[in-house]
Design a protein around this ligand. Structure first.
Ligand code: XMP
Length: 326
């Protein structure tokens, strides 16, 4: 009989058997799959697992804290947090090209994770219990999509594994590789993860770095974080979270327009709202959000976020538009 409890018991038993007395590491991204995979492996092997969270400083308001504190509190996981936000800002300085940004963000992640992995292998492992395993949140559709080979995770994960130096070759443990997304959510809830994490909408690995059109700076990130939080608050208050696939909020940092506020002329930046409806992100339609919700988001953003004097709605489907702007 398929129940979340049976499923968790079976997966936990499988991980225990596979990993044995060895140690494992896991990279947390803040996404659903890596969190559920980590929580499951943690339940199976306890503190034989070390989680690594590379905070690239490109997450939305509250998300890094959610990983740092909520996840650890809930699971008791051994977590290594690497605050790399300064390093990312340096690496991204002067870069506006979307592909360049993506490459830099991916490259830095691999470098930082490699170093963390080396340190953990050194600090946590011993001859009898080496750090041998890398946990991946690979799902069944990922396995099928890439031909069913072992370790068929997303591109980023491939890099993690393939990019590691010879002295730390990991075997992959992929506890979710037989599951679909909705089953992963069930397993997550059964493991005690909050709905906020389990039903989180998709969010790109490069984070807010690809939602600032133009150079990424600390100030611009701050501006975008404020606007994004307002949009999320209002969508949640209107109980629309489950109706939309996701709603990227984008800062057009290289564009200015004239406005008026109080007695004064303003010359600020536009924020774009990009609410989409989709089944699988391959195609998408722009979501017809209620006008009153859009009005509340717009007036709050222009009132509360100083640098922003205009809010615009993206009414492009995919194709031809992609969901993200970069
Ligand atoms: P696009 O913009 O290609 O996005 O229509 C499709 C879906 O993928 C997400 N996305 C990413 N997810 N790493 C990720 O993990 C990435 O680099 C990335 N780029 C886009 C996007 O949010 C949407 O759900």
């Amino acid at each position: 009989e398929w129940t979340p409890k049976n499923m968790v018991d079976e997966l936990v038993a499988r991980v225990r058997e596979e990993v044995g007395e060895d140690r494992a590491i896991c990279a947390l991204s803040g996404g659903v799959d890596s969190m559920v995979a980590a929580a499951l492996v943690q339940k199976a092997i306890g503190d034989q697992l070390t989680c690594v969270f590379v905070d690239h400083g490109l997450l939305r308001a509250g998300e890094a804290e959610q990983v740092r504190t909520d996840f650890v509190e809930l699971t008791g996981a051994d977590l290594v947090v690497i605050d790399a936000s300064e390093r990312y800002l340096d690496a991204l300085a002067g870069v506006s090209d979307p592909e360049q940004k993506r490459k830099i963000i991916g490259r830095e992640f691999i470098r930082i994770f490699e170093q963390a992995a080396r340190d953990i292998v050194h600090d946590r492992g011993d001859n009898e219990h080496p750090v041998k395993w890398l946990v991946q949140g690979t799902l069944y559709p990922d396995v099928v999509e890439s031909g069913g080979g072992a370790g068929a995770a997303n591109i980023k994960s491939h890099h993690n594994v393939g990019g590691l130096p010879d002295d730390i070759q990991f075997k992959l443990v992929e506890p979710l590789r037989t599951l679909f997304k909705d089953e992963v959510r069930q397993v997550g809830l059964e493991l005690g993860l909050p709905e906020k994490i389990v039903y989180r909408q998709p969010f790109p690995g490069p984070g807010l770095g690809i939602r600032i059109v133009g150079e990424v700076t600390a100030d611009r990130l701050e501006t975008l974080r404020k606007a994004d939080l307002i949009a999320r608050e209002e969508l949640t208050a209107a109980e629309l979270d489950r109706d939309i696939w996701q709603c990227p909020v984008v800062l057009l940092a290289d564009v200015r327009s004239v406005g008026v506020q109080g007695d004064g002329r303003t010359y600020g930046h536009p924020i774009v709202l990009r609410p989409v409806s989709s089944e699988d992100a391959m195609t998408a339609d722009w979501t017809r959000l209620p006008y009153d919700v859009l009005a509340r988001i717009s007036s709050r953003i222009t009132n509360e976020v100083e640098e922003v004097n205009r809010v615009v709605l993206d009414v492009t489907s995919k194709p031809p538009g992609t969901i993200e702007w970069e």
